[in-house]
Design a protein around this ligand. Structure first.
Ligand code: NDP
Length: 499
C-alpha cells in the first residue's frame, strides 16, 4: 500500500518526464518514419506525450541489434549465475523506482495507483527475481541410452525473441515474457500496446542500468497492424510470444506461417465460468470473493470470472451480495490511494464495453446494477460496475469477452448443468467451482476444459504455477519453470564413445 496522498501523487505526476522514443541497441532513438502517436491519459483525457511510431525499418534495426547481441554472446554467453545476478539487480532497481513506475502505469492506462504500487510493480520485480534465482538451478539431461553412447539433451535459447503485450498489466505481461526469455539467454524485442508504451520504455533504460547489455532488450513502440505485424512476419525472429485478444493471436499464427514458422506462445482471451453451488458452506463469502475478482482492475482481466454460474436455490442471495460489493467499486480518481476502480484504458475500449450494455438489454438480460458511464466531468473513461442477471449462455454478454467491470449471472439447476454451461464457450482460460462436496469439486474441476481451475477461491496466484489456457485461450504457459520450455529449443547431441 502506498503512503503517499492523492495530492502527493498529483504533484509527482506533474514532474514526470516520459521516455517516448524507441529503445534500440541501448539508446533512445526516433522512429525512422518520423511519425509519432499520442499517449492520452484515460484518467482525464489529457496528452501525456507523443510516442515514436515505429515502422518496418525500425523493427529491422531492433531485430538486427538483438541478433548481433545474441550472436556475439554478450548475454547469451554469460554463465547462468552471472545472468542471475544481473536479473536480480534489475529487480532491485525496479523496486527502487516503485513510485515512478507505478505512476507511469496509472497515468498511461488508468488503473488505481494502489494497485500499480502494491500489485503491478511488486509482481514485476518478483518475476525478474524468481527467474533470475531459478536459472542457475536448472539442469540438462543425459538420456538412458546403450553403453556405447552418451546422448545429451540440452536446452538452448531460441535466439531473438519478440514479445507483443497488451495494456491491462503492461509491465507485468512484459515481465512474464522478458524474465524467462532473458534468463535463458535470449535477446528480446518488446512491442508494448499503443495505449501503454511508457512503462516499457522506462524499464528498458533500467535494465541497461542493471547490466543487461545494449541490444539485448529493445523496445519498439507503434501500432499493432504495423509494428506488431512486422515482428510477427520477421524472418530473423525465432519466437514470438503474445498476450492479447484471440483475434490478434490468430493473426500471429498467420504471420508465423507466412514467414519462418517462428515458435509461438499465445496467451489469449477468456470468458471464465465461476460456478457457485449450494453445497458450499458460505454463499456470502463465495459471492464476495467472486464479485471482487470481477471488478478488480476494472474487469480488464483475461481471467475475469465474467460468467457467474449459480445454482438457482442461492441465486437471489448471490446477486444481492454482488450488488452490495458493486457499491464499493464506485469509479474514482486513480491517483487517490483509496480508489479501487480506475479508468478504462481509452474511449474506444469504453465505447466497446458500453456496447455490451445495449446488447444485454436487447437480448433480454436484466441490468440490476450499473450500466452507465461515470465521472464524465473528469474528461476520462469511467464505467460503473455492472451486473447482468438472468442471462442465457447464448447471449452476447455470455459469449464475448467484455474486458470491463461487468458480470453475467446465469442461473442453473445443478452441478451437471453448470459444467455444460461452463464448457459452452470457445475459451478455456480460468474457471472456478465453489463446493464443500469433495467428489463434486474433483468431478467439476476435471470436467471443465480450462487451463486453470480454482476450487473455493479465485485468482490465487504464485510465480510457481503455470498460467495459460485451453481452446481459443491460447497455446503455451507463462510463469513457473514450464515457461523456460517456451524460450528454449531442445537439442540432442549423440556422442559415440565406442566399446
Ligand atoms: P489486441 O489483441 O488488439 O492488442 C494486444 C497487442 O497486439 C497490442 O500490442 C496491439 O498493438 C497488438 N496488435 C493489435 N493488432 C495487431 C495486428 N494486426 N498484428 C500484430 N499485433 C497487433 O487487444 P486490444 O487492445 O485491441 O483489445 C481488444 C480486446 O482484446 C479486449 O477488449 C479484450 O477482449 C482482449 N484483450 C485480451 C487480453 C488478455 O490479456 N487476454 C489483453 C488485452 C486485450 P496496438 O495496441 O498497439 O494496436
Amino acid at each position: 500500500m502506498t503512503t503517499l496522498t492523492t495530492d502527493d501523487w498529483h504533484t509527482l505526476a506533474g514532474t514526470l518526464q516520459f521516455k517516448s522514443q524507441a529503445f534500440i541497441n541501448g539508446k533512445y532513438v526516433d522512429s525512422t518514419t518520423g511519425r509519432t502517436f499520442s499517449a492520452i491519459s484515460p484518467i482525464d483525457g489529457k496528452l501525456l506525450t507523443e510516442v515514436a511510431c515505429c515502422g518496418e525499418e525500425d523493427v529491422n534495426l531492433a531485430v538486427k541489434a538483438a541478433r548481433e547481441a545474441f550472436e556475439d554472446g554478450r548475454w547469451s554467453g554469460k554463465p547462468p549465475a552471472e545472468r542471475k545476478n544481473i536479473l536480480q539487480k534489475f529487480a532491485e532497481i525496479i523496486r527502487a523506482h516503485r513510485n515512478e513506475l507505478a505512476l507511469i502505469e496509472t497515468l498511461d492506462m488508468g488503473k488505481p495507483i494502489s494497485d500499480s504500487t502494491s500489485i503491478d510493480v511488486r509482481a514485476v520485480a518478483n518475476c525478474f527475481d524468481w527467474y533470475g534465482e531459478a536459472i542457475d538451478k536448472v539442469y540438462d539431461e543425459i538420456a538412458p541410452t546403450a553403453q556405447n553412447a552418451v546422448a545429451l539433451v540440452t536446452k538452448q535459447p531460441l535466439g531473438v525473441v519478440a514479445a507483443v503485450v497488451p495494456w491491462n498489466f503492461p509491465m507485468l505481461m512484459a515481465a512474464w515474457k522478458l524474465a524467462p526469455a532473458l534468463a535463458t539467454g535470449n535477446s528480446v524485442v518488446l512491442k508494448p500496446a499503443e495505449q501503454s508504451s511508457l512503462s516499457a520504455l522506462r524499464l528498458a533504460e533500467l535494465a541497461l542500468e542493471a547490466g543487461i547489455p545494449a541490444g539485448v532488450f529493445n523496445v519498439v513502440t507503434g501500432m499493432g497492424p504495423e509494428t506488431g505485424r512486422a515482428l510477427g512476419r520477421h524472418m530473423d525472429v525465432d519466437g514470438l510470444f503474445f498476450t492479447g485478444s484471440t483475434q490478434v493471436g490468430k493473426y500471429f499464427m498467420e504471420y508465423s506461417a507466412q514467414s519462418n514458422l517462428k515458435k509461438l506462445g499465445l496467451e489469449l482471451g477468456g470468458k471464465s465460468p465461476n460456478i457457485i453451488l449450494a453445497s458450499y458452506r458460505d454463499t456470502e463469502h463465495a459471492a464476495r470473493v467472486s464479485a471482487n475478482a470481477v471488478f478488480f482492475n476494472q474487469g480488464e482481466m483475461c481471467t475475469c470470472p465474467s460468467r457467474l454460474i449459480v445454482e438457482k436455490s442461492i441465486h437471489e442471495q448471490v446477486v444481492e451480495v454482488f450488488k452490495d460489493v458493486a457499491k464499493n467499486y464506485a469509479p474514482g480518481d486513480p491517483l487517490d490511494p483509496d480508489t479501487n476502480m480506475g479508468a478504462m484504458v481509452d474511449n474506444r475500449h469504453a465505447d466497446r464495453v458500453m456496447g455490451f450494455v445495449d446488447s444485454a438489454r436487447e437480448e433480454g438480460a436484466d441490468i440490476v446494477a450499473g450500466g452507465q458511464r461515470a465521472r464524465a466531468e473528469s474528461g476520462g473513461c469511467y464505467i460503473e460496475p455492472t451486473i447482468f442477471d438472468n442471462v442465457d449462455n447464448s447471449m452476447t454478454v455470455a459469449q464475448q469477452e467484455i474486458f470491463g467491470p461487468m458480470v453475467s449471472v446465469i442461473p442453473v439447476e445443478n452441478a451437471e448443468e453448470a459444467v455444460k454451461v461452463a464448457n459452452d464457450t470457445c475459451y478455456g482460460l480460468a474457471s472456478a467451482v465453489w463446493t464443500d462436496d469433495l467428489s463434486t469439486a474433483h468431478k467439476v474441476s476435471r470436467a471443465i476444459r480450462a487451463g486453470m481451475v480454482y476450487v473455493n477461491c479465485y485468482d490465487s496466484d504464485d510465480m510457481t504455477v503455470p498460467f495459460g489456457g485451453f481452446k481459443e485461450s491460447g497455446i503455451g504457459r507463462d510463469k513457473s519453470l514450464h515457461a523456460f520450455d517456451k524460450y528454449t529449443e531442445l537439442k540432442t547431441t549423440w556422442i559415440n564413445i565406442g566399446g
